[in-house]
Ligand binder design. Structure first.
Ligand code: SF4
Length: 279
């Protein structure tokens, strides 16, 4: 079975693709072997949650059906884009899209309006006061490039509400559950019953964001103090991104086996939790 159908039938995440560029073999091990969640991963996640909570109140909702689950993501996206259009900043914005042959999902770290442009910012939490290696930077650059292309396709209607529903095999006439609707209304929000309308409303909001800047920011913060260690500006280059994607997708379609790191990047193996399994 192809890795795509076996491990990611609901879409490949941007995080998967970034892990893949670090080491494809390691990504594959993470699907088949127990993955240890390190202290560093937990710290990174909690930093993201606290940054998100600086802007929004997080409310627990209990979706019941597949339609409800998709609706939660769409509502989160709507809320983020609404606050972006009024306050010029939003964090944790869910996005979807088809890039080449892969359906991809992700969550943009931060969007800001600067001048009359939409600027994409990604924050990385560092566990020491050091600057990341070039190989780590390559992974982070791929992440912001992918988010930019996904957002661009949504903004330009190159990925439509029907495309999204078709991928999840959800009929456009499907409704959210009554139980779910009741919970949403109790938070003071209004919501349509129909999933196609909810998707359309979300995508229509995205179309209203200002043009997307070609200068993408990656910020490296030190976990201890939140101090900014470094900022990198990545210039959007779609051609290069498509070349990278066309190589990465071959693995997902089973056109080649997972690659190990090349000799020049063997240093990565020292930090790998699957080193003993990797013959
Ligand atoms: S040991 Fe090295 S080559 Fe093997 S999975 Fe880990 S990082 Fe990749």
């Amino acid at each position: 079975m192809r890795p795509l159908s076996k491990f990611r039938p609901n879409g490949v995440s941007v995080t998967d693709l970034c892990s893949q560029i670090w080491c494809e073999k390691q990504l594959e091990f993470s699907f088949t072997k127990k993955r240890i969640v390190t202290k560093e991963m937990k710290i990174g996640k909690s930093r993201h949650i606290s940054l998100h909570q600086e802007l929004v109140e997080i409310i627990e909702i209990e979706p019941k059906t597949r339609v409800d689950y998709l609706a939660v993501k769409l509502i989160n996206c709507q809320d983020a884009i609404k606050s972006f259009l009024t306050d010029y900043i939003a964090r944790e914005i869910p996005v979807w899209g088809k890039l080449r042959s892969l359906f991809i999902v992700g969550s943009i770290d931060e969007l800001k309006i600067r001048g009359n442009q939409t600027c994409l910012i990604d924050t990385k939490t560092r566990h020491s006061e050091s600057i990341p290696s070039e190989e780590q930077k390559i992974t982070n650059r791929l992440q912001v490039l992918l988010y930019t292309l996904l957002l661009k396709k949504l903004k330009n209607s190159m990925f439509t509400p029907r495309n999204l529903l078709k991928f999840y095999k959800i009929r456009p006439e499907s409704d959210i559950s009554k139980y779910f609707k009741k919970q949403i209304i109790s938070t003071g929000k209004q919501i349509d019953n129909n999933i196609l309308n909810i998707t359309r409303n979300t995508f229509d909001l995205i179309k209203r964001i200002p043009p997307i800047s070609k200068a993408l920011t990656i910020r490296y913060d030190y976990k201890g103090t939140g101090k900014i260690l470094a900022k990198e500006i990545v210039v959007y280059n779609e051609k290069k991104l498509i070349i990278t994607l066309s190589d990465l997708e071959k693995y997902w379609h089973g056109k080649r086996i997972a690659r190990k790191v090349p000799e020049s990047e063997k240093f990565k193996c020292r930090f790998c939790q699957y080193e003993k399994d990797c013959k």
